[in-house]
Design a protein around this ligand. Structure first.
Ligand code: HEC
Length: 228
């Protein structure tokens, strides 16, 4: 007799199901740390550290004196001490806390969530082994580079958009050209980043921008804040 085609199908289907279910209980394969070469598109010092410094290493939260829950998130050595599993964002408590929508583990506590772009950078950085290198070219800052797309926008993304991601947040948006240009024209941008008296020092709670970064922004504003 010919084998019953329906029986064959059911047998195959159940084998597939069992294999499929087994696959789900295994953790994703993670490269040993020594073989993780990092995400070549990411520079820890330029792309990742400012996100932690401006969103987490604040007084009362995760700066050196507060270190809530034992997390001090102000430098590479401190950040990788706890809550980061190199190569595995899903198992990293820090990544978990920035990707859950609510609850007491949600971070940054009492503030809006990190932008999707910042979360994605952190995911890529952890996936690549959470290393302190990556695409850090020899000349991290050049005062002769002051175009909007080449200098200003990346500075805003690294240091400011974590808070200024929408027009409805305090201080407004710095996430697109028009909003950045407006704050340049009304004088707040320069007053704030230079910590001039009568202005709100920015980035709030974070380190002052480097002299070179401030100079880049000043030169761009002096040039008429063009969309270049
Ligand atoms: C940790 C959150 C946070 C970060 C990071 C941050 N800001 Fe702000 N910013 C604020 C808040 C909150 C305000 C509203 C004013 C206030 O309450 O101090 C504000 C206000 C502003 C304003 C509006 C004018 C004013 O002074 O009120 C400008 C311009 C500004 N920030 C620029 C920046 C720039 C440029 C950066 C990055 C270099 C930055 N901010 C980073 C939180 C932040």
């Amino acid at each position: 007799m010919i084998a019953n085609p329906l029986g064959k199908f059911l047998l195959l289907a159940s084998i597939t199901l069992v294999i499929g279910l087994n696959a789900c209980v295994h953790d994703p394969y993670v490269l040993p740390v020594a073989q993780q070469t990092g995400d070549t598109g990411i520079c820890f010092q330029k792309d990742i550290l400012p996100i932690f410094q401006s969103n987490c290493a604040k007084s009362g939260c995760h700066d050196a004196s507060s270190h809530e829950e034992g997390y001090t998130l102000d430098s590479y050595a401190n950040i990788v001490k706890k809550g980061i599993v190199p190569g595995n964002p899903a198992a990293s408590k820090i990544y978990h806390s920035i990707t859950i929508a609510t609850g007491e583990d949600f971070m940054p506590q009492g503030a809006p969530p990190l932008s999707a772009a910042s979360i994605e950078l952190i995911r890529r950085w952890i996936s690549g082994g959470a290393i302190d290198s990556g695409a850090c070219d020899g000349s991290p800052c050049d005062t002769n580079n002051y175009t909007y797309s080449g200098a200003i926008e990346p500075i805003m993304q690294s240091y400011c958009v974590g808070c200024h991601y929408s027009a409805s947040v305090p201080g407004g948006s710095l996430a697109d050209y028009l909003h950045v240009m407006n704050s340049a024209v009304n004088g707040n941008l320069i007053g704030d980043i230079k910590h001039l008296s009568g202005f709100n020092p920015m980035p709030q709670g974070g380190n002052k921008l480097s002299d070179c970064e401030i100079r880049q922004i000043e030169k761009w504003v002096e040039a008429g804040a063009p969309d270049n």
